[in-house]
Ligand binder design. Structure first.
Ligand SMILES: [Zn+2]
Length: 370
């Protein structure tokens, strides 16, 4: 496996120059988007799970802008976000329009920070996306609270009174909000209806991405519908109803209450098979639209008619969770591009995704029907 990767890499590095100029020629100097760069990322030994997710995120415009803005802020300490900001900045400031960049600093930081990624084994792209977004959010929260403490100290020194007590409730909630949440966070509402007394109880839950089950010959819309299908809780899964004060049969369904600005969907292609005692890959055909509207929204949803434009899909090629290869297909300025580690090509390929990222620009910039 390792040897195969190395041979493939040498082969791809040899054709790298040719590929780079080929893409530029193919797009044409007139059509090539201004201020856009299409750069491949060198693979450091099965790091395609990371490269593919980073490419997808680079083309999520609001995310890219925030990461680039972080780059110019006074640096507090070395972190995964700082390394990501350096990487995005080095792509965005290249003189050339196409080429290859080694994300060396980012990968070594990632390996240092999380032992899960500290090896040369294939990892799960969704797990990595999740880890990255949560790590960035934690870091931003930490920086926010440090800043607040410093300001608090200033207040304390100024008037001799502490600012304790303030910061609970609303303030605390605001503290939790970072630009990662502004971009990716949505809310689900989990409604349970008791079949005995008809009382409905609902519980809200925030998410940064949604994981949906896949079926054979289906579409993303269908998977989302399946996600929100009504489920009956009966026999040993009965629900404790507060009204009836006893366990009752109930109907449960999960719907989207707040739609995120960028919708990240994870298609659960790796399924544990009890009979086989291992995970197996569901290589099902899942059609994805270029524009996606969610139908599984709750009645009180704040922004139910968001329309998502496809940004990127991350695709797993291969048969199992511990082998195979990740690539990313991006739609950028009307061009379809395939990012396969250090290779960037234009493509017409529409394969079956594992991660789907769609973007709905927030108002007032929101598109209106003509
Ligand atoms: Zn009840």
């Amino acid at each position: 496996m390792e040897i195969l990767m190395t041979v493939r890499k040498i082969a791809s590095i040899c054709t790298m120059g040719a590929n780079a100029s080929a893409l530029e020629k193919e797009i044409g100097p007139e059509q090539f988007p201004v201020n856009e760069h299409y750069f491949g990322l060198v693979n450091f030994g099965n790091t395609c799970y990371c490269n593919s997710v980073l490419q997808a995120l680079y083309f999520c415009r609001p995310f890219r802008e925030k990461v680039l803005a972080y780059k110019v802020q006074p640096r507090r300490k070395e972190s995964l976000l700082a390394c990501l900001a350096d990487l995005f900045n080095s792509i965005a400031t290249q003189k050339k329009k196409v080429g290859v960049i080694p994300p060396k600093k980012f990968i070594s930081r990632l390996r240092k920070e999380n032992e899960l990624f500290d090896n040369y084994m294939q990892q799960d792209a969704h797990e990595f996306l999740n880890y990255l977004l949560n790590t960035i959010a934690d870091l931003l929260q930490e920086e926010k609270s440090q800043k607040r403490q410093q300001n608090g100290k200033l207040v304390q020194n100024g008037n001799g009174e502490g600012s304790e007590g303030e910061g609970e409730g609303e303030g605390a909630k605001e503290m939790q909000q970072t630009w990662v949440h502004e971009i990716f966070q949505g809310t689900l509402t989990n409604e349970t209806r008791c079949l005995n007394c008809e009382a409905v109880s609902s519980k809200d839950e925030d998410f940064l991405d949604l994981s949906v089950d896949v079926e054979q010959n289906t579409s993303i819309t269908h998977c989302l519908r399946g996600f929100s299908n009504t489920e009956t809780l009966c026999s040993e899964y009965k629900y404790y109803c507060e009204q009836c004060r006893s366990k009752q049969e109930a109907q449960k369904r999960m719907r989207v209450k707040k739609l995120p600005m960028i919708l990240a969907l994870h298609l659960k292609r790796f399924k544990y098979m009890d009979q086989l005692h291992r995970y197996t890959k569901l290589s099902y055909r899942v059609v994805f639209p270029l524009e996606l509207r969610l139908f599984n929204t709750s009645g009180d949803a704040t922004n139910p008619d968001r329309m998502y434009d496809l940004v990127a899909v991350v695709v797993h090629c291969g048969s199992g969770p511990n082998r195979g290869h990740y690539i990313t297909i991006v739609k950028s300025h009307g061009f379809w591009l395939l990012f396969d580690d250090d290779i960037v090509e234009s493509t017409e390929l529409h394969p079956d995704p594992e991660l789907y990222l769609g973007y709905d620009p927030p108002p007032p910039k929101k598109r209106r029907p003509l």
